[in-house]
Write a protein that binds this ligand. Structure first.
Ligand code: AMP
Ligand code: ZN
Length: 109
């Protein structure tokens, strides 16, 4: 989608600190980290929100890549949190589906 910030990051039109990519997802450091490690994992295809996605295969891939990135790239063996904000009421600011991976310290809930 042409006016989507995260589509522009995938296309390389806006710079990002990439941590992982494959045919299905792209992952990069959050520009305003809420924890010592804060990475965003996004599908390459533009989907606005989790509530707009009924593609169970894609959602499975997204969660699988979250696990692989947390374990193999970010070395978060001690644990981490996965957050998906959904629409305005859920605090979503960028309307391209993304999973936050937060870790690197004990996270209060
Ligand atoms: P959300 O509130 O779930 O939509 O999360 C959007 C996230 O995108 C926020 O944590 C922002 O800090 C992050 N963000 C916004 N612009 C950028 C950017 N250019 N590069 C990396 N992260 C960004
Ligand atoms: Zn997009």
């Amino acid at each position: 989608m042409s006016d989507c910030l995260f589509c522009k990051i995938i296309a390389g039109e806006i710079p990002s600190a990439k941590v992982f990519e494959d045919d299905d997802v792209f992952a990069f450091n959050d520009i305003h980290p809420k924890a010592p490690t804060h990475v965003l994992v996004i599908p390459r295809n533009h989907i606005a929100t989790l509530a707009d996605c009924d593609d169970s295969a894609l959602l499975g891939i997204l969660m699988d890549r979250v696990r692989i990135i947390a374990d193999d790239v970010l070395n978060l063996a001690a644990g981490y949190r996965v957050v998906i904000n959904v629409r305005e009421g859920g605090g979503q600011e960028v309307f391209h589906l993304h999973a936050h991976i937060l870790g690197g310290k004990k996270l209060p809930f």
